[in-house]
Every structure is written in structure tokens, then in C-alpha cells.
Design a protein. Structure first.
Length: 249
């Protein structure tokens, strides 16, 4: 695999050491010699410079995977604590559930396209976590405001109203961010193609989850464990409303 790296005349060449890689210096040197010979035949000896040669094995890949999973789990834990402090624990679980949905779909996308899980791709995954959480928090903040404003209305009505009120902002934010990531995907160098592809997919699923996943999770939790404050205000009793009208305070 050959990719541009930094300047237009700098390249990264990746080669496999074999089905059962031997990461000793001798095996790495043999592979480097084969690559050097191929470059000399194609470009001519003396027309290029090999800056460095590195070998990355299963141990390094395992450490990267472990650190990536640790970073994602810590971000989930921090989010749950923050939302439980700012809102309620129900909101925290709803946000974490929606974000977990985004991460699982993004990892499936990476596996489907067989993308290399490099540090850049891990950074994209963590960025998606932050983006999805930000979108979800905007919706939940409006839910909290409407819970105080419409204290005698069905929780489902309040969630629906809150999502509709924040929908233009959510769609506009997602659309403008997509313009940037699509530009990187189409015009950027090969070294950031994985980052741009993962970000583009993640923004789409993050926008989807903040609209269609987070609120239903919160509603399901509220049905099972109603909020202790204003139980009457948030009781899940059937109500009849005029289509298109907003709840009256």
C-alpha cells in the first residue's frame, strides 16, 4: 500500500512481512531490501531516499486497540457522570445509549470497508463520540426546559415537542459539518481518507441517533422509573391534543 505523507514528494509504503510475521530486525531488513530494489527498478537508483523503516506487529496493534477501547469507555463514564449531575441519571443513560449506537455502527462501517484502525481513525471515533453527545445534550436541554414549562403534560408529548424545536439546529449543524468532511474525503490526501470517511459516516449516524434514538430511550426509562420530581407533571397518562398544537402551560 502506498500513500502520500505530508509533502507531495513524500510517500509511505506499507508491506506485509508474511502470513506469520517475524518482527526481528533481520526480517524487517529483508523486506526493506526488497522494497528498495523494486523502487530502484521503477524510479532509478539515487532518485529517492528511504527516511526510515519500521515494523508494527500484533503486540503494538493490541495495545492500540486496548487504549482506544479504554478511551471510549472513559468518555462514556465521564458523560454519564456529567449528565447525571447536570440533568438526571435517566438522561445520562439515554445519551450513552445513543452514543453506543453510533460507535457500534461506525465500527461496523470500518470493518465493512476494511479500513486500517490507525491513530487517525481512533481520533475520528472519539470525535464522533463528542459530536453525538453534543447533539443529544442540545435536545435534552430543551427537554428539561419544556418539563418545567409544561408541567402537566405527557412525557411523550414533551419529548416530541423538544425534538421538533431543536430539529432545524440539528439538521443545519450536521449538514454544514458534512460539507467539510466530504470535501476532505474528495479532495484531501490519501493519509486522511480514513479519517474523512469515518467522520462522514459518524456525523450521519450521530445526527440520526440524536433525533430518533436518544429520546425513545429516555421515554422507555421514564416509563420504567418515573422521575421523583414532579411525578404528577410527568405521569404517563393518555391525553388528547389537537394535531399541530403545542402543549399549554
Amino acid at each position: 500500500e502506498i500513500q502520500t505523507f505530508g509533502a507531495p514528494n513524500e510517500w509511505v509504503i506499507r508491506a506485509r512481512l508474511g502470513a506469520t510475521p517475524d518482527l526481528s530486525g533481520e526480517a524487517t531488513q529483508r523486506t526493506a531490501t526488497v522494497v528498495d530494489s523494486a523502487l530502484a527498478r521503477a524510479l532509478g537508483a539515487g532518485t529517492y531516499t528511504i527516511v526510515r523503516t519500521e515494523a508494527v506487529g500484533p503486540k503494538v496493534g493490541g495495545e492500540l486497540r486496548q487504549k482506544a477501547l479504554t478511551a471510549i469507555l472513559l468518555s462514556f463514564l465521564g458523560t454519564l457522570v456529567y449528565l447525571a449531575f447536570r440533568f438526571e441519571w435517566r438522561f445520562g443513560i439515554g445519551a450513552v445509549g445513543a452514543t453506543a449506537h453510533d460507535i457500534l455502527l461506525t465500527l461496523s462501517f470500518i470493518a465493512l470497508l476494511d479500513l486500517e484502525v490507525s491513530l487517525v481513525v481512533v481520533a475520528a471515533i472519539l470525535t464522533i463520540v463528542g459530536y453525538s453527545l453534543n447533539d443529544t445534550i442540545v435536545v435534552f436541554d430543551r427537554v428539561r426546559e419544556n418539563l418545567r414549562k409544561y408541567r402537566r403534560h405527557h412525557m411523550g408529548e414533551i419529548l416530541n415537542l423538544s425534538v421538533n424545536e431543536t430539529l432545524p439546529r440539528t439538521v443545519m449543524t450536521g449538514s454544514t459539518t458534512l460539507l467539510a468532511t466530504i470535501a476532505l474525503l474528495l479532495l484531501g490526501p490519501a493519509s486522511i481518507q480514513g479519517f474523512a470517511a469515518v467522520m462522514t459516516f459518524g456525523i450521519v449516524v450521530g445526527t440520526f441517533s440524536s433525533i430518533f434514538i436518544a429520546a425513545p430511550i429516555l421515554l422507555a426509562i421514564e416509563r420504567k422509573w418515573p422521575g421523583e420530581d414532579a411525578r404528577g407533571a410527568r405521569a404517563l397518562l393518555p391525553r388528547v391534543t389537537v394535531p399541530g398544537s403545542q402543549p399549554a402551560s
